[in-house]
Design a binder for this molecule. Sequence first.
Ligand SMILES: Nc1ncnc2c1ncn2[C@@H]1O[C@H](COP(=O)(O)OP(=O)(O)OP(=O)(O)O)[C@@H](O)[C@H]1O
Ligand SMILES: [Mg+2]
Length: 321
Amino acid sequence: MRVAFVGKGGSGKTTLSSLFARHLARQGGPVVAIDADINQHLGLALGLGSDQLPPPMGLAITQIKDYLRGDNPRIPSAAAMVKTTPPGSGSRLITLDDPYFAREHATTVPAVPGLRLMVTGPFSEDDLGVACYHSKVGAVELFLNHLVDGPGEHVIVDMTAGGDSFASGMFTRFDMTYLVAEPTRQGIGVYNQYREHARDFDVPLAVVGNKIHSEGDVAFLREHVGDHLLVTLPHSPAIRAMEQGRPFTLDDLEPEGHRALGVLRDHLDAQTKDWDKFGRQTVEFHTRNAHAWANRATGQDLLQQIDPDFVYGRRPTLTTR
Ligand SMILES: Nc1ncnc2c1ncn2[C@@H]1O[C@H](COP(=O)(O)OP(=O)(O)OP(=O)(O)O)[C@@H](O)[C@H]1O
Ligand SMILES: [Mg+2]
């Protein structure tokens, strides 16, 4: 299962991504956490120092494209591959244990056995709003497009704040999207934006209320997001202490926090994988992208990359490189 954490800046996306990753890793089964945010803080929230982060995916986009296109004759070069280029016959499909990504683009998290971290890499002010930002996140989109995750495996993506994620098809790459919302008007504002996109694109969405102080906070969220409210997390002294740089393990989290993480896990694992929809949306966004800019940018008809016979969701046999 793949899940994205989205929401307003500062709502708690990174905190919840890191706690949920720790929680899932403790249950066993491979877990990959991906920092796809402009502000790269997920490593820190997982207790890693800045010298312990993996090599950024965003800086290796050409190697990643070459790896994923494999022997697909429809994609003759990395230059012809854009972030939405779908896999087809000959493409290299991957699992969470893929040796190339594990070796080149991931790091294990020493304090959390079973968890690996991948990162897009930092963005500078100059990157924002220009192609560079989207091409860095594009590395994650390509990874997710070629990933065939199985039962008991989890990918958690810490997304960028606000509605920026709609700029690409990335928000359709998940089995579930958790929108983290504080009980404030601004928190609800991002929810309203997301809800419409989620409805238009048939993306499953649930709200995680965060930094809750009172019953009144819960009532506020319930009033504005209705049944989308899945669970709430109180304002947590343990999380505050972690933010203050004190050593943190999941055992330090209060019981309400553990309960909330359990609700998220059960809810996520109860989702039904819909590979047909995944495939349809992959093709849909590639087609849009090709018409909008990618045909022009590459000088090619990128619709030729769509393999009509390709079946999504077939587990690859392990390859080495
Ligand atoms: N339940 C909580 N209790 C106490 N503090 C919290 C809680 N959730 C998040 N915080 C604090 O709120 C701040 C913002 O959290 P976090 O960095 O996870 O948000 P974010 O949505 O990832 O922000 P950004 O948009 O900047 O990436 C941090 O200081 C974090 O420790
Ligand atoms: Mg963050």
